[in-house]
Design a protein around this ligand. Structure first.
Ligand SMILES: C[S@@+](CC[C@H](N)C(=O)[O-])C[C@H]1O[C@@H](n2cnc3c(N)ncnc32)[C@H](O)[C@@H]1O
Length: 209
Protein backbone atom coordinates (compact mmCIF):
# COMPACT_ATOMS: atom_id res chain seq x y z
CA UNK A 1 0.00 0.00 0.00
CA UNK A 2 1.35 3.44 -0.91
CA UNK A 3 2.42 5.32 2.25
CA UNK A 4 0.29 8.42 1.67
CA UNK A 5 -2.73 6.26 0.90
CA UNK A 6 -2.14 4.32 4.15
CA UNK A 7 -1.77 7.52 6.20
CA UNK A 8 -4.91 9.07 4.71
CA UNK A 9 -6.86 5.84 5.25
CA UNK A 10 -6.35 6.25 9.01
CA UNK A 11 -8.35 9.47 9.11
CA UNK A 12 -11.85 9.35 10.51
CA UNK A 13 -14.35 11.25 8.33
CA UNK A 14 -14.50 14.94 9.17
CA UNK A 15 -18.02 16.02 8.09
CA UNK A 16 -16.83 19.55 7.30
CA UNK A 17 -14.33 18.14 4.78
CA UNK A 18 -17.17 16.43 2.90
CA UNK A 19 -19.22 19.65 2.87
CA UNK A 20 -16.21 21.67 1.68
CA UNK A 21 -15.41 19.16 -1.08
CA UNK A 22 -19.01 19.31 -2.23
CA UNK A 23 -19.11 23.11 -2.39
CA UNK A 24 -15.72 23.28 -4.15
CA UNK A 25 -17.12 20.94 -6.79
CA UNK A 26 -20.39 22.86 -7.08
CA UNK A 27 -18.50 26.14 -7.54
CA UNK A 28 -16.17 24.55 -10.11
CA UNK A 29 -13.07 25.50 -8.10
CA UNK A 30 -9.80 23.57 -7.98
CA UNK A 31 -9.02 21.66 -4.80
CA UNK A 32 -6.55 23.85 -2.88
CA UNK A 33 -7.25 23.11 0.79
CA UNK A 34 -4.48 21.70 2.96
CA UNK A 35 -4.57 17.90 3.42
CA UNK A 36 -6.40 16.82 6.58
CA UNK A 37 -3.14 15.71 8.26
CA UNK A 38 -1.74 19.24 7.83
CA UNK A 39 -5.05 20.60 9.14
CA UNK A 40 -4.59 18.49 12.25
CA UNK A 41 -1.04 19.76 12.62
CA UNK A 42 -2.35 23.35 12.54
CA UNK A 43 -4.95 22.59 15.23
CA UNK A 44 -2.34 20.86 17.40
CA UNK A 45 0.27 23.63 17.13
CA UNK A 46 -2.29 26.36 17.89
CA UNK A 47 -3.61 24.39 20.89
CA UNK A 48 -0.15 23.39 22.22
CA UNK A 49 1.06 26.99 22.12
CA UNK A 50 -2.19 28.35 23.62
CA UNK A 51 -2.49 30.82 20.73
CA UNK A 52 -4.85 33.77 21.16
CA UNK A 53 -4.39 35.69 17.92
CA UNK A 54 -3.79 33.88 14.64
CA UNK A 55 -3.27 35.27 11.15
CA UNK A 56 -3.79 33.27 7.98
CA UNK A 57 -2.67 34.49 4.55
CA UNK A 58 -4.79 32.65 1.95
CA UNK A 59 -8.26 31.64 3.17
CA UNK A 60 -9.60 29.83 0.06
CA UNK A 61 -12.89 28.23 1.22
CA UNK A 62 -11.91 28.03 4.86
CA UNK A 63 -10.68 24.53 5.67
CA UNK A 64 -7.31 25.51 7.17
CA UNK A 65 -9.02 28.43 8.94
CA UNK A 66 -11.44 25.98 10.57
CA UNK A 67 -8.49 23.83 11.69
CA UNK A 68 -6.71 26.86 13.19
CA UNK A 69 -9.91 28.06 14.91
CA UNK A 70 -10.45 24.59 16.38
CA UNK A 71 -7.15 24.96 18.27
CA UNK A 72 -7.78 28.46 19.62
CA UNK A 73 -8.82 29.10 23.19
CA UNK A 74 -12.43 30.25 23.69
CA UNK A 75 -11.24 33.90 23.62
CA UNK A 76 -8.85 33.37 20.69
CA UNK A 77 -9.38 34.95 17.25
CA UNK A 78 -8.25 34.24 13.72
CA UNK A 79 -7.87 36.92 11.05
CA UNK A 80 -7.77 35.41 7.58
CA UNK A 81 -6.81 37.25 4.38
CA UNK A 82 -8.35 36.49 1.00
CA UNK A 83 -8.46 38.50 -2.22
CA UNK A 84 -11.32 36.67 -3.95
CA UNK A 85 -14.83 37.48 -2.83
CA UNK A 86 -16.20 34.10 -3.99
CA UNK A 87 -13.65 32.25 -1.85
CA UNK A 88 -14.29 34.51 1.14
CA UNK A 89 -18.08 34.03 0.89
CA UNK A 90 -17.73 30.25 0.73
CA UNK A 91 -15.30 30.36 3.66
CA UNK A 92 -17.79 32.33 5.76
CA UNK A 93 -20.43 29.71 4.96
CA UNK A 94 -18.09 26.89 6.02
CA UNK A 95 -17.05 28.75 9.19
CA UNK A 96 -20.74 28.87 10.13
CA UNK A 97 -21.25 25.20 9.36
CA UNK A 98 -18.21 24.29 11.45
CA UNK A 99 -19.41 26.43 14.37
CA UNK A 100 -16.30 28.65 14.43
CA UNK A 101 -17.60 31.80 12.67
CA UNK A 102 -17.62 33.83 15.90
CA UNK A 103 -13.83 33.40 16.21
CA UNK A 104 -12.89 34.45 12.66
CA UNK A 105 -12.57 37.77 10.82
CA UNK A 106 -12.30 37.44 7.04
CA UNK A 107 -10.46 40.38 5.46
CA UNK A 108 -11.04 40.71 1.72
CA UNK A 109 -8.32 42.34 -0.36
CA UNK A 110 -4.77 41.96 -1.58
CA UNK A 111 -2.83 40.42 1.34
CA UNK A 112 0.05 42.92 1.05
CA UNK A 113 -2.39 45.83 1.56
CA UNK A 114 -4.07 44.15 4.54
CA UNK A 115 -0.70 43.31 6.10
CA UNK A 116 0.53 46.88 5.69
CA UNK A 117 -2.64 48.18 7.35
CA UNK A 118 -2.32 45.73 10.24
CA UNK A 119 1.28 46.83 10.78
CA UNK A 120 0.17 50.48 10.88
CA UNK A 121 -2.48 49.48 13.45
CA UNK A 122 0.31 47.78 15.46
CA UNK A 123 -1.51 44.45 15.48
CA UNK A 124 0.40 41.48 16.92
CA UNK A 125 -0.14 37.77 16.33
CA UNK A 126 1.08 34.58 17.95
CA UNK A 127 0.36 32.23 15.04
CA UNK A 128 0.84 32.64 11.28
CA UNK A 129 -0.20 30.36 8.46
CA UNK A 130 1.16 31.33 5.04
CA UNK A 131 -0.68 29.67 2.15
CA UNK A 132 -1.41 32.28 -0.56
CA UNK A 133 0.46 33.24 -3.77
CA UNK A 134 3.83 31.53 -3.63
CA UNK A 135 5.78 34.37 -5.27
CA UNK A 136 4.95 36.62 -2.31
CA UNK A 137 6.23 34.21 0.37
CA UNK A 138 9.47 36.19 0.95
CA UNK A 139 7.39 39.36 1.41
CA UNK A 140 4.97 37.54 3.76
CA UNK A 141 7.93 36.48 5.92
CA UNK A 142 8.94 40.14 6.29
CA UNK A 143 5.38 41.11 7.31
CA UNK A 144 5.09 38.17 9.73
CA UNK A 145 8.38 39.18 11.36
CA UNK A 146 6.96 42.69 11.91
CA UNK A 147 3.64 41.39 13.24
CA UNK A 148 4.95 38.56 15.46
CA UNK A 149 4.75 38.39 19.22
CA UNK A 150 7.73 36.79 20.96
CA UNK A 151 7.23 33.03 20.85
CA UNK A 152 4.91 33.17 17.83
CA UNK A 153 4.66 30.15 15.56
CA UNK A 154 4.79 30.38 11.76
CA UNK A 155 3.70 27.60 9.43
CA UNK A 156 4.08 27.83 5.65
CA UNK A 157 2.65 25.31 3.18
CA UNK A 158 3.98 24.27 -0.26
CA UNK A 159 7.59 25.11 0.52
CA UNK A 160 8.79 22.43 -1.92
CA UNK A 161 6.68 23.84 -4.79
CA UNK A 162 5.90 20.33 -6.06
CA UNK A 163 9.61 19.51 -6.14
CA UNK A 164 10.53 22.59 -8.19
CA UNK A 165 12.16 24.27 -5.18
CA UNK A 166 14.94 21.67 -5.30
CA UNK A 167 15.49 22.07 -9.05
CA UNK A 168 18.09 24.85 -9.25
CA UNK A 169 17.80 24.89 -13.04
CA UNK A 170 14.19 26.02 -12.69
CA UNK A 171 14.20 29.82 -12.69
CA UNK A 172 10.43 30.34 -12.80
CA UNK A 173 9.04 32.89 -10.31
CA UNK A 174 7.46 30.34 -7.94
CA UNK A 175 10.50 28.11 -7.29
CA UNK A 176 12.79 31.16 -7.16
CA UNK A 177 10.57 32.86 -4.54
CA UNK A 178 10.09 29.67 -2.54
CA UNK A 179 13.85 29.00 -2.46
CA UNK A 180 14.38 32.56 -1.24
CA UNK A 181 11.70 32.14 1.42
CA UNK A 182 13.18 28.83 2.62
CA UNK A 183 16.72 30.22 2.77
CA UNK A 184 15.63 33.40 4.58
CA UNK A 185 13.53 31.48 7.09
CA UNK A 186 16.09 28.76 7.84
CA UNK A 187 18.90 31.32 8.29
CA UNK A 188 16.82 33.98 10.03
CA UNK A 189 18.21 35.25 13.33
CA UNK A 190 14.74 35.71 14.83
CA UNK A 191 13.04 32.53 13.60
CA UNK A 192 14.07 29.01 14.66
CA UNK A 193 12.80 26.95 11.76
CA UNK A 194 12.53 23.47 10.40
CA UNK A 195 11.38 22.28 6.98
CA UNK A 196 9.66 18.92 6.62
CA UNK A 197 9.36 17.24 3.22
CA UNK A 198 5.82 16.04 4.00
CA UNK A 199 3.09 16.45 1.38
CA UNK A 200 4.25 19.53 -0.62
CA UNK A 201 6.67 20.62 2.10
CA UNK A 202 5.82 22.34 5.33
CA UNK A 203 7.96 24.89 7.19
CA UNK A 204 7.47 25.46 10.92
CA UNK A 205 9.23 28.20 12.86
CA UNK A 206 9.20 29.88 16.27
CA UNK A 207 9.88 33.60 16.73
CA UNK A 208 12.48 34.46 19.34
CA UNK A 209 11.90 38.22 19.05
C1 LIG B 1 -3.87 27.49 -1.56
S1 LIG B 1 -5.27 28.50 -1.34
C2 LIG B 1 -5.44 28.55 0.41
C3 LIG B 1 -5.96 27.26 0.97
C4 LIG B 1 -6.38 27.38 2.42
N1 LIG B 1 -5.30 27.86 3.24
C5 LIG B 1 -6.82 26.03 2.94
O1 LIG B 1 -5.95 25.17 3.18
O2 LIG B 1 -8.04 25.82 3.09
C6 LIG B 1 -4.64 30.12 -1.67
C7 LIG B 1 -5.67 31.24 -1.50
O3 LIG B 1 -4.95 32.46 -1.44
C8 LIG B 1 -5.67 33.43 -2.17
N2 LIG B 1 -4.68 34.45 -2.59
C9 LIG B 1 -3.72 34.31 -3.54
N3 LIG B 1 -2.99 35.43 -3.64
C10 LIG B 1 -3.49 36.29 -2.72
C11 LIG B 1 -3.16 37.62 -2.33
N4 LIG B 1 -2.15 38.27 -2.90
N5 LIG B 1 -3.89 38.21 -1.37
C12 LIG B 1 -4.92 37.54 -0.76
N6 LIG B 1 -5.28 36.28 -1.09
C13 LIG B 1 -4.59 35.67 -2.05
C14 LIG B 1 -6.29 32.67 -3.33
O4 LIG B 1 -7.39 33.37 -3.86
C15 LIG B 1 -6.66 31.36 -2.65
O5 LIG B 1 -7.97 31.40 -2.16
Amino acid sequence: MELLHYVNSLLPTDPIVLQIEESIQRAGLPSMSVPQMIGRLLTTLVRLKGCESALEIGTFVGYSGICIARGLSHTGRLTTLEERELHANLARRHFNLAGVADKIDVVIGHAADSLKRMCEEERQFDFFFIDADKTSYPEYLIWATRLAKKGAILVADNVLAKGRAADFDNHNPTPVAIRRFNECLLHHEQWQATLLPAYDGIAIAEFSG
